[in-house]
Design a protein around this ligand. Sequence first.
Ligand SMILES: NC(=O)c1ccc[n+]([C@@H]2O[C@H](COP(=O)([O-])OP(=O)(O)OC[C@H]3O[C@@H](n4cnc5c(N)ncnc54)[C@H](O)[C@@H]3O)[C@@H](O)[C@H]2O)c1
Ligand SMILES: O=C(O)CC[C@@H](O)C(=O)O
Length: 394
Amino acid sequence: MARQILKLNHISAKGLDRLPRDDYEIASEFTHPDAILLRSHKLSADDIPESVLAVARAGAGVNNIPVAECSSRGIPVFNTPGANANAVKELVAAGLLLGSRGIIEGIHYVNKLYGMTDMAELHRTLEAHKKEFKGGELVGKTLGVVGLGAIGSLVAEMALTLGMEVVGFDPALSVEAAWRLSSQVKRADTLSALFARSDYISLHMPVLDSTRGLVNAELLAVIKPGACLLNFARQEIVNEGALVDALNAGTLRKYIADFPAPQLIGRKDVILMPHIGASTEEAEDNCAIMAAEQLRDFLENGNIRNSVNFPNLSLERVSGCRLSVTNDNVPKILGSLLSILANENINVIDMLNKSRDEIAYNLIDIEGELTESVLDTMRALNGVVNVRLIGRCA
Ligand SMILES: NC(=O)c1ccc[n+]([C@@H]2O[C@H](COP(=O)([O-])OP(=O)(O)OC[C@H]3O[C@@H](n4cnc5c(N)ncnc54)[C@H](O)[C@@H]3O)[C@@H](O)[C@H]2O)c1
Ligand SMILES: O=C(O)CC[C@@H](O)C(=O)O
């Protein structure tokens, strides 16, 4: 029977093609879907039917998904790290230019001259007014990059090629991300130090309990006067009241963001875009392909790549019959599971077990006849969250 994928946003056809139609039905409504595929759709725990085995986000941020509830139900949540990083980097480059020159105001001014037919008069008018749109150059200015992961590291690299000084802050920088980073990126010891010395500040961290409202009045009070803040990460990271106060006071010269909010729309010192950081054909394809492939590998093999709540785990198939078991990360459960199999004369050919935080996940390749009642005995074990049989046993 075909697996059913509940698709809650537009997902690129190139990604959907990775889920062959003979084996997968994809639609925006199903009562008992096997998995959910989405982008920015706000998913609540109540929207996730009992039948769901996995949730895949074609994108980086997972703040629209109830990850903790998924974990407690044994549902892995996947994302696509890095797949849209270049798209965001390019929009940040545009943001820096829009923040440094009177580009938007200049274009707006020229459009208002529609209907002026005399070329000489048009020329005189433009030359008289162009001083109103003067800006500054980026070269030699300092960009502070907050969060040096997939996007932040590309933004830092891009700014260096524009001749900017780059200072970075990331308290949880992974070793892999550190290797990617140019040695020309200077390290700020604190966020305040970065805010105090940067002409431009670009935010690239996820929204977490620790980052929600992190850009607050205290931080904006130490900002270098005349600085420009770019937010292509998430709205929730910036405290809106404090932001408006800093703009009104003139300490913050400009706010450029991908997340419009009612009290920011229409302000001359704010440039807002409709969450288009990842809206390029290339990024949409990359994210969709990655999300679909990860989802398929999980549904068909139980393998886990790029989950935000489960351990990464991949086991080559050596038999047609595989158990995928999620349990609480406490002692003795794996032993009990293996005893149940041994009592049934079922041979374990290969297995992998990994844990992450509260969750332990196992793939067990077996040989022998496995009945539904044996599966139920495993499911009834204290601490076992779910047991799935993948493939057919001999
Ligand atoms: N505008 C858009 O369309 C768009 C597109 C993609 C991603 N995003 C947002 O950008 C975020 C980052 O994406 P990414 O792909 O670079 O993710 P990533 O996981 O590769 O990098 C995030 C980095 O932030 C760091 N970090 C965590 N807490 C921090 C803190 N308190 N201060 C500074 N750094 C901190 C992490 O250590 C990590 O290195 C996503 O979570 C998402 O919210 C927006
Ligand atoms: O899907 C999108 O359009 C935006 C995705 C972006 O916000 C992300 O977190 O990757």
